[in-house]
Design a protein around this ligand. Structure first.
Ligand code: SF4
Length: 121
């Protein structure tokens, strides 16, 4: 059994939600003020997800750095491994906006995409 205080980020109210349960079963939830917050806290307790955002180097480009992100949230526990994969990958211009740079990043089922375009030098 574990307890966790989760700050809901669904809206600016930032309710503090206290969750008690085991890894796959929630026993009690307190502090949420709407259904969206309850759902957020449940999913954050059982399997927290995050959208990964970072920058990568692009070879042969007029600008060397490119902002990238995952096309959707990935399990928080996979962030470190995915960053390792991104760090060792090599990217080349030209790159289009929202181009898939790594598909199925780290086996998450989510692609890494560009947040801007980069022209060839
Ligand atoms: S619980 Fe509802 S009201 Fe509170 S922060 Fe989350 S979404 Fe907003």
């Amino acid at each position: 059994m574990r307890q966790q205080e989760i700050i809901c980020t669904v809206c600016p109210m930032g309710c503090h939600i206290r969750v008690t349960g085991s890894d796959d079963q929630i026993q009690s939830l307190e502090g949420y003020t709407c259904r969206r917050g309850e759902q957020y806290a449940r999913s954050e307790f059982v399997c927290p997800m995050r959208t990964l955002t970072t920058t990568v180097r692009v070879e042969n480009s007029t600008e060397p750095l490119l902002a990238v992100r995952t096309a959707g949230p990935i399990p928080k526990e996979k962030l470190f491994d995915c960053m390792g994969l991104i760090r060792t990958a090599v990217f080349h211009a030209p790159v289009a906006l929202h181009q898939i740079l790594i598909s199925n990043l780290g086996g998450t089922g989510v692609d890494l995409i560009s947040c801007a375009e980069r022209k060839e030098r």
